[in-house]
Design a protein around this ligand. Structure first.
Ligand code: SF4
Ligand code: SF4
Length: 182
């Protein structure tokens, strides 16, 4: 019997999200320490002569950004997310409960309104980008919940956690919010 994993407003899972843990920051901290060690640097240069000594500086600068990257406070506390704002306005807990979500087509049919933050696309557009990026896994989850198949959703999340996977393993990397905004 699996536990009930909570879905985020857009239908994903905080339990599988790398940003909701300190995995990213911890990995960066660990690697930063390794790259400070001249012996480890020597090993890298031995195995990969293409890697120039000056590349260590740039790489360490990137790791510095990553290790200080603020962890996400979790979907429930992300007041800056346009989907969360939209769901609040419509008085629904998730998009799956919203009258504007066409579950069959997997799209939000609400008329897009320009959000306050110019950095973010309107909620229906963001929902579409996320659905594409996560290969419609969020829509699949909402459809399963509608059919009363909560166990199916829980089992998939639990299986992925056991296998050490995260939602990053579900991503279509060709779908990029920054590219879409250009
Ligand atoms: S995109 Fe928004 S709704 Fe989806 S998980 Fe992140 S904060 Fe939650
Ligand atoms: S209007 Fe669209 S984005 Fe907003 S809560 Fe409903 S389904 Fe989600």
């Amino acid at each position: 019997m699996t536990k009930d994993y909570e879905l985020t407003t857009c239908g994903l899972s905080c339990d599988l999200c790398d940003s909701n843990t300190t995995k990213l920051q911890d990995s960066a901290k660990y690697l930063y320490k390794m790259f400070e060690d001249p012996m480890f640097q020597g090993l890298i240069l031995m195995f990969n002569p293409e890697f120039k000594k000056e590349n260590f500086t740039g790489f360490k600068e990137t790791l510095e950004i990553l290790r200080n990257y603020p962890p996400c406070p979790g979907c429930q506390n992300r007041t800056d997310c346009v989907i969360n704002q939209c769901a609040k306005e419509r008085n629904v807990t998730t998009c799956g409960e919203c009258e504007f979500l066409d579950l069959k087509a997997g799209i939000c049919k609400s008329v897009p309104k320009q959000p306050k933050s110019p950095m973010m696309p309107p909620a229906p557009v963001f929902f579409q980008i996320l659905s594409k990026r996560y290969k419609n896994w969020n829509v699949e989850n909402f459809n399963a919940l509608k059919k009363g198949e909560r166990d199916k959703v829980n089992s998939k999340i639990e299986k992925m956690i056991k296998e050490g996977k995260s939602s990053r393993d579900l991503i279509d990397f060709s779908v990029n919010l920054f590219e879409a905004r250009k």
